[in-house]
Ligand binder design. Structure first.
Ligand SMILES: Nc1nc2c(ncn2[C@@H]2O[C@H](COP(=O)(O)OP(=O)(O)OP(=O)(O)O)[C@@H](O)[C@H]2O)c(=O)[nH]1
Ligand SMILES: [Mg+2]
Length: 362
């Protein structure tokens, strides 16, 4: 297992609890990427250093600790410039990556569909290209492992022009995938479509499995799901009294959201998120047991706004009520239209189905 040291920075404009929470999330991301967090620091700094981000003295200090603790990799909680990464790697002799690269690495590992793979590779190449400093600078970094993986596992020792050519060809491939998806989705036009959206680890896949008797991957990790999956869900139309009042809708599980997602990442995942955009109704799943669950709800809404679908029909689904969250009464009052469920224990799922059904038939 790769041994990881997390580095966060606290400026006078930041809230301490928020930065600590962000570091916790970073640690969960490292776990998903199969690294082991050995140590972490939250360093106070009023000015960020253009060359080393944290200051040269601090960088030397980190180098020393890295040696003592036998650290392989530093993961910074903020985006670093290409120069900062190179300088920090020079001083510490260890691999240095930032939050964005870590997230892209996880996306690279979890992408299965052709569309998701192309989208990850495109985003990685664009991000790396934006941080190339000289002409034809080698992109191969110290060692392999976290932050260096890509869908093609290709060695990234290519110059700018070849990266640009490659980006162009990937964009062409993506266009053709999008086209075939459009055709596919127009075939589904005659059915109602519902999409599960929400913060990563909220329980979207668990809910999907419960509702549609499926067997999608569920894990206590961030970003378990990257590709959208669609299943048929049978609902009851209560207006009908005939012996068969069932009707079919399509339910889609989608990639989870995260605060501080790399800039442009959501935009480049449009094809994977297409179902969330086009659906007739969205179920926004929120993990009510998380200490900052309302912050996650707002982060989700921010992303829906980025996708231009915040005003579209949505039902809030507060999940994990079996964990007896203290906030529940307050949230019930604040969001009277929300449904409170436990996907794991199967609690209130019939109520949820009724709500979806009456959305389409009232
Ligand atoms: N206690 C409890 N745990 C739950 C419930 N629903 C889901 N979980 C757990 O929460 C974790 C995440 O569940 P997933 O269904 O993978 O979450 P997700 O929203 O699909 O996550 P990503 O795919 O990573 O975005 C798993 O460990 C689940 O077992 C619930 O109602 N109660
Ligand atoms: Mg999932």
């Amino acid at each position: 297992m790769e041994k990881v040291f997390l580095v966060g920075v606290l400026t006078k404009y930041d809230e301490r609890w928020e930065k600590l929470d962000s570091l916790n999330e970073l640690a969960a991301l490292v776990k998903t990427a199969e690294g082991e967090v050995i140590e972490r620091i939250l360093q106070r700094r009023d000015r960020l250093e253009p060359r080393f981000f944290i200051g040269k003295g601090k960088a030397h200090e980190l180098a020393q600790i890295a040696q003592e603790l036998d650290i392989d990799t530093f993961v910074f909680d903020e985006e670093l410039t290409g120069t900062q990464i190179r300088n920090l790697e020079d001083i510490t002799g260890r691999k240095v990556i930032d939050r964005t690269e870590l997230i892209l690495d996880i996306f690279a590992k979890h992408a299965h569909s052709k569309a998701a793979k192309v989208e990850v590779e495109l985003t990685q190449l664009k991000y790396r290209l934006s941080r190339l400093t000289g002409k034809g600078v080698t992109l191969s970094r110290l060692g392999g492992g976290i932050g260096t993986r890509g869908p093609g596992e290709r060695k990234l020792e290519i110059d700018r022009r070849r990266i640009r050519d490659h980006i162009n060809s990937l964009e062409r491939i993506l266009k053709s995938i999008e086209l075939s998806k459009k055709i596919q989705s127009s075939r589904r036009k005659n059915l109602f479509r519902v999409a599960l959206v929400g913060y990563t680890n909220a329980g979207k896949s668990t809910l999907m499995n419960r509702l549609t008797h499926s067997d999608l991957l569920v894990e206590d990790k961030l970003f378990s799901t990257l590709d959208s999956t669609t299943r048929v869900l049978y609902l009851h139309d209560s207006r009908l009294t005939t012996h068969d009042s069932r009707f079919k809708i399509l339910l889609t599980d989608t990639v989870g959201f995260l605060r501080k997602l790399p800039h442009g990442l959501i935009a480049s995942f449009k094809s994977t998120l297409q179902e969330a955009i086009e659906a007739d109704l969205r179920l926004h799943v929120i993990d009510i047991s998380h200490p900052h669950c309302e912050l996650q709800l707002l982060a989700g809404n921010q992303i829906l706004e980025d996708l231009d679908i915040l005003e579209h029909p949505i039902i809030y689904v507060f999940n994990k009520t079996d964990l007896n969250p203290a906030l529940m009464p307050l949230l019930q009052e604040k969001y009277p239209d929300a449904v409170f469920v436990s996907a794991l224990k199967g609690k209130n799922l019939n109520l949820l189905k009724q709500r979806i059904s009456s959305f389409f038939h009232s």
